[in-house]
Every structure is written in C-alpha cells, then in structure tokens.
Design a protein around this ligand. Structure first.
Ligand code: NAD
Length: 460
C-alpha cells in the first residue's frame, strides 16, 4: 500500500494512524494536576550511581534530600559534599552496616526512596520500602531469583505502594523519537526488535581500589568491582537486561496489551575477563586472580517471544574489547531502524518502503529531528549536563513528578518484575542447553486491558 506515496502523504497517513494516542494524551493531562509541591527523598546507596541521581535531585526546587543510607563512609562523605556544594542542608546519615537503611525507612518525613545499591539488595530494599509506605525508585539490573520478582509485585499490590523502575535508556532521545515513529505507524506492524548491553566493562569490573588501576575485584576494589564482578564468577546469563529490553518493551506495549511469553538463552565461552587479568601490566599469569574461573559467557544471546508474535533478541556483551553500543533494531512490516552508536541522531541506519530509495539505507537524522519527542523538546535545556546524554534527567523527573501528582509510574512494578525475571530465566535456560523458559505473567491477566502510558505527551 505504501509503495508509491510521497513523503508528505506518508507523514499525513502516519499522523492519522497515531491519532488514537492524542485521546489518551488529553486524559493524561486531565489527571495531571500536581498534588504535592515537594518530594522528601531518602537515598539508599550513594555510590557512583546514587550520587548521579543525587546531583539531579539537588538541581530541583521540588525535591528535598532528607536522609541517606550507605555503609561506605567515603561514599557518604562524597554525597554530603554534593549536598553542601549545592548549598543545601546536610542529609541525616545512616552508615551503620547493611541494614541501617531500615532505620532510614522508619522516619516519617520521607515520601520516596531512590535505591542504587548492589543488585542483590534491590528487591529486598524495595520490599522493605513499600512495607514502610515509602515509594521506591529502583535502579536497573536483573533478579537474583525469580521468586523475588513475585515478592516485589505481591508487596506492591498488598501495600498499595507503587514502585518505579528507573530505566533511563527508555528516555534516550533517539529511542524516544523512534517510539514516536512507531506510534505514528511509520514502521508498520512491528515484527522484530533487538537491544542489549554491549559495553566493555573490563575497567569497571577490575581496579586497584579507589582511584587506582589494577585487576582486583571484591573487598580490595572500588565501586562496582567490589560486588559486580563476583556475578561474573558465579553466574552465566543475561545479567543486565533492562537497558536493552526496557526501550523495546515500551515499543511493543509489553504488559499493556502485549506481554513477553517465553525466552531461550545461549552463551559463548568465557575468555575476556581472564585475558584482561593476564594481559594487564598490574596482573599477569601469576596474579592470584588469574586462577579465577569466570562462569559468565562473554556474549550471552537471549531470544524472547511475545503474545503479539514479535521476537526480541537481547545481547549481553561486557567482557570484550569493543566500543559502546546498545545495538537497537526496530523492524516492522514497512521498514526498520538500526542503531549503531549510542544515541546520536545522525548515526545508525533507517529505511522505509515507499519513502527511501528502494534497497538503500538512509541516515536517520532528518527523521529523528522531525519526530523528536515533545518531552525532549520541552525539557532539552533542563536535561543539559545530566548523565548519559541527558536521559538521566528524564527518568528522575518522571519519578518526582509522578510522586508529586500521585499517579501511576510510566515504568511500573510489573515492568520491574518482568524485566528482572529475564536474568534468572536466562541462567536456567543456558544451564539447560538453551531450553525455552516461560516468562510469568506478573500482571495476572491485567496486561490485556492495561493501556500504554509511557510518555504520551510532554508531561514527564
Ligand atoms: N542506569 C544506569 O545507567 C546505571 C549506571 C550505573 C550503575 N547503575 C546501577 O546502579 C546500581 C548501583 O551501582 P553503582 O555504580 O552506584 O555502584 P557503587 O558500588 O558505586 O555504589 C553502590 C553503593 O551501595 C552501597 N551499599 C552496599 N550495600 C548497601 C546496603 N545494604 N544499604 C545501603 N547501601 C549499600 C555501597 O556501599 C556503595 O556505596 C546498580 O544496580 C547498577 O547496576 C545504573
């Protein structure tokens, strides 16, 4: 049908196809009147990521940092310095071990908590927060065990406390422009999507302590090398699914008219981390860590099926020399986009039948500019300087705005559970030679009637 239409008709048709969305947009605006003027926040985990959220919260007039919990006193001092540099009042500190955050949760002057801790703590702390009637915003990773995903959902449903999945890549500017194009039907009916976490993390997984190079991990190391690397020793699976999956899940309306049904994972051999230790000037074949056997395959590939018969391929690739790229591909009956460099409008490739020269890729820049998301246009200046090319502003903004307005989060507890579940299911699949695993329906059937709400307009 779209074979011989010109570009203007193409855009017009697309706008008509997207018209259904503007109705929902109006209804969102109707319930968006702010209820709270200030959100009182407790930070749980003020390491490198917690501090980047803290910096963004400190820029806001509507966010007050009341208290912070972290057993690492150096990280706490760094976080307090950020607060004093911003000219704000010092936060109450909870540094007395791994469970002192529970004392933070007992306070009655906190509305919401931002959890940016090592992966094994996310669900435990989110559950504790909801039981204490504090609204958790939880950083990204995958679950340790499938059951914790159910525990988080059950606690949210029992307490009535909402949770936000703080997946920042969903707000990447090119990803949101593509979301706009999908909603305007430029790609036709979606068929296949790809995404991943393709990031050389070797210098994150190893260092020699704070500010020092080296091949240490565990207690002698700093930040993520202190805890993240151990997961590569004992686990083989899609350990970091949400950066790749979150954006594509929004494109196919997962948990909102669609759902992820099954997955299967395979992994390559494990070479990169050992090779890094052996080849590093501060390591070598006689370094004690050269004896460590890493279980995580260098490249883990997960194929996901959906109720609406799309397929998704996720790639986890963190142990090898390679430039960063999340490797998105969005393909429909009428065309496709391939991302090949971390969010730049003029990188990657795009093709639309009836618009592009037949069988010829186009540079996506003009499409990206034309379909730039209204939220980005509105907050472009506020997002300047925020982490990861500005997208971190948007995820924090959504968290604070939804708490203020007392409305549903665009990325909610069902997204958390579904995305986190990919990790233990992929580990099981790999252990069983790629056996297909069912992905639970954490919405218990509500996905059929839930409507898309992610970024329908320029509000948050
Ligand atoms: N979305 C993103 O772009 C992005 C980027 C980096 C990290 N992350 C995620 O953020 C989270 C934190 O990573 P990070 O880089 O800040 O690691 P980090 O090691 O720098 O910080 C983690 C902090 O948590 C503290 N902590 C440990 N146990 C705790 C407990 N029981 N209670 C309170 N605090 C505790 C540690 O002392 C440390 O200061 C991880 O889930 C990571 O995957 C996300």
């Amino acid at each position: 049908m779209l074979y011989h239409i010109n570009r203007r008709d193409f855009v017009k048709n697309s706008a008509i196809a997207g018209a259904g969305l503007s109705l929902s947009t109006d209804s969102i605006k109707a319930w968006s009147a702010a209820k709270k003027s200030t959100v009182r926040v407790g930070m749980i985990g003020v390491g490198l990521r917690g501090q980047s959220h803290l910096e963004l919260f400190l820029r806001r007039d509507d966010t007050e940092i009341v208290a912070m919990a972290d057993p690492d006193k150096e990280m706490m001092a760094d976080a307090q310095k950020l607060i004093s540099d911003a000219g704000k009042k010092a936060a109450v500190e909870f540094t007395n071990g791994d469970y002192d955050y529970r004392n933070l949760l007992k306070r009655d002057d906190i509305d919401a908590v931002l959890i940016a801790t090592p992966w094994q703590w996310h669900s435990i702390q989110a559950i504790d927060a909801m039981n204490a009637k504090k609204i958790p915003g939880v950083e990204v990773c995958g679950a340790i065990k499938l059951q914790e995903c159910w525990d988080v959902v059950n606690t949210s449903e029992k307490t009535g406390v909402r949770l936000m999945m703080m997946e920042n890549v969903c707000y990447r500017r090119d990803v949101m422009a593509v979301l706009n194009m999908v909603r305007k039907n430029l790609f036709g009916e979606l068929l296949h999507l790809q995404g991943g976490y393709e990031h050389d993390l070797r210098e994150v997984k190893f260092n020699g302590g704070r500010g020092k190079d080296g091949v240490e991990f565990g207690p002698k190391a700093f930040s993520e090398a202190r805890w993240r690397t151990q997961h590569s020793v004992t686990r083989n699976g899609e350990l970091y699914p949400t950066h790749g999956l979150g954006p594509v899940a929004n494109l196919i309306n997962a948990n909102r008219g669609n759902r992820l049904t099954r997955l299967s994972s395979v992994a390559t051999k494990s070479r990169g981390l050992h090779r890094y230790i052996v080849n590093h000037p501060l390591g070598g074949p006689n370094h004690p860590n050269a004896k460590v056997k890493f279980k995580l395959g260098d490249i883990v590939t997960t194929t996901i099926q959906t109720a609406n018969q799309e397929t998704i391929v996720l790639t986890h690739d963190t142990n090898s020399p390679r430039p960063y790229n999340l490797g998105f591909r969005v393909q429909g009956t009428n065309g496709l986009w391939i991302d090949n460099h971390a969010g730049e409008f003029n990188a990657g490739l795009i093709y639309f039948e009836g618009v592009s020269k037949p069988h010829t890729w186009e540079n996506p820049e003009n499409y990206m500019k034309e379909h730039d998301h209204p939220l980005w246009k509105r907050f472009e200046n506020d997002a300047k300087g925020a982490g990861h090319g500005g997208m971190d502003f948007f995820v924090d903004n959504a968290f604070i705005e939804c708490v203020k307005r007392d409305v549903d989060f665009p990325l909610d507890v069902y997204d958390y559970a579904t995305w986190y579940a990919i990790t233990p299911l992929s580990e099981k699949s790999i252990a069983e030679g790629g056996q297909v695993q069912d992905i639970p329906d954490f919405t218990r059937g509500k996905w059929k009637s839930r409507k898309p709400i992610f970024c329908l307009d320029d509000q948050y």
